[in-house]
Design a binder for this molecule. Sequence first.
Ligand code: S3P
Length: 177
Amino acid sequence: MPQQVVTNQQIVIVGFMGTGKTTVAHELGRKLNCLVVDLDELITRRESRSPSEIIEQDGETEFRRLEAQLLGEVLEEERARIIAVGGGAWTIAANRQLIAGRGACAVWLDADFELCWKRIEAGREVRPLARSRELAQQLYGERRPVYELADVRVTVSENDSAAEIATKVANEILRRQ
Ligand code: S3P
């Protein structure tokens, strides 16, 4: 039974690579019975290239430009209730302002570095910004204080299923209303 949706507030799922943003967003969408948009999937459809391909071919700056543009479009789309963004989107001040300007709620999926790295390594996805453990760990350390600016923090542990994390997110959001 979907939980009762009591607000039209948009929910933006942020966090480092490997925290499970996309999977949790879809679980949450099922739970709250609302539309989910994955920004990286949208970028891939629009550009016919994945974020990593765009970063490798055109550079990170161009990827960030596209990301910011599409984030703005998605936030304008009222039906898009849950938005999963790539790990770097929230670290850009202009994106955080866009999200706050729409009155959306930013939810940080907080997993420790070891778990993120384990999933990054195990995944088939190419992640140009996490090519080695050292680079990924440095980025993780730099970004952590920025993720802390999110409205809601939900801790992610290795044994939590996506459904359990989505329940925690839903409870946090409902509690804030
Ligand atoms: C990025 C994370 C990726 C993707 C791009 C950049 C980042 O998304 O947006 O490769 O800067 O952390 P995931 O967090 O879904 O891996």
